[in-house]
Design a protein around this ligand. Structure first.
Ligand SMILES: [Zn+2]
Length: 307
């Protein structure tokens, strides 16, 4: 009788291990299929592995890529992800938000979710060969960044610190400082051989960083509000166009058609180094802002171009 009970117990232990192993394999398969990569810490996701695996596989391909880009870029800051009402619910800092096709919305914003565009949008690495697409400014939710870094200025400030970048003091989110340090190292190294890069670095007169503001012409917060954006202002723009709102004063109707050769831009090697380290360049936006860089690894994770 004792032997039989030991046998049952052993069977139950091995069956349990086997079941856990099968679930893990199933989840890994689906996440790899989603492009999340082998380094993903599966335990950080919700416990309902079988359910999650099934739900992820039902997301359209485009949404799976956005999900992977957001999750892998913020995996250390996301507490967990669960599925509810045919959507993924992200838990961040004791609050939650809906994936909503990459829109990352609060429960309140879900009432009019089609008004919002996804947080991750198309971006091309490398040299711009054509004008950016034309159009109106798109409404995007800041809720994800609100949950990550706080809704008040005081809360966001607690995530930031003052650092030097190319000899100027900037106040930036700690999250992007290691990447910015790497940008600085690469720029200074390149400046030893490139006259153009050296001249650019020497031309930077002011560096703007943390500032509470909304995107001009839109209603959502600029990434400057979270200490994740940097404006590097040179001594002069050689009479070229820099910022869409200033250009619109003189080109009221056709400012989006201003040729690239008439727009000021940093040396291409500088833009490439920022992009390599997770920063996108505002010169590639339809509403161009050519002195602006912001830390958006989730956008670069699915960006095209760059060979
Ligand atoms: Zn800016």
């Amino acid at each position: 009788m004792l032997c039989f009970s030991v046998l049952i117990r052993m069977h139950s232990v091995y069956a349990h291990r086997l079941r856990r192993f099968s679930l893990k394999i199933a989840t890994m398969t689906v996440l790899l299929f989603c492009g999340l990569g082998s380094g993903l810490a599966l335990a950080e996701l919700a416990p309902e592995s079988r359910d999650r695996a099934m739900r992820l596989s039902t997301l359209p391909e485009s949404e799976r890529r956005l999900f992977a880009a957001i999750y892998t870029s913020y995996r250390t800051e996301i507490d967990s992800v669960r599925f509810r009402n045919d959507d993924a619910l992200f838990y961040v800092n004791h609050d939650s938000l809906y994936f909503a096709g990459g829109r990352m919305l609060s429960a309140n914003q879900m009432r009019c979710f089609l008004d919002f565009a996804p947080l991750v949008y198309p971006y091309q690495r490398g040299k711009m060969l054509t004008l950016p697409g034309q159009g109106d400014l798109t409404k995007r939710s800041s809720w994800f960044f609100n949950l990550l870094y706080g809704r008040s200025e005081k809360a966001v400030r607690s995530h930031c610190r003052e650092v030097q970048f190319l000899g100027r003091f900037v106040f930036l989110n700690k999250r992007c400082i290691p990447a910015l340090r790497q940008v600085e190292r690469q720029l200074l190294s390149l400046a030893k051989h490139s006259k153009e890069v050296r001249a650019y670095i020497e031309s930077i007169e002011v560096a703007y960083s943390f500032k509470r503001k909304t995107v001009v012409g839109a209603s959502h917060a600029s990434l400057h509000s979270f200490g994740l954006a940097l404006d590097l202002v040179p001594r002069d723009y050689n009479g070229k166009h820099v910022y869409w709102k200033w250009s619109r004063v003189f080109h009221e109707v056709d400012w989006q058609e201003i040729p690239l050769r008439h727009r000021w831009h940093p040396p291409q090697a500088v833009i490439d180094i920022f992009e390599e380290n997770g920063f996108i360049w505002g010169g590639k936006w339809s509403h161009f802002d050519t002195i602006h860089f912001e830390y958006r690894p989730e956008i670069l994770a699915v960006a095209g171009g760059g060979g």
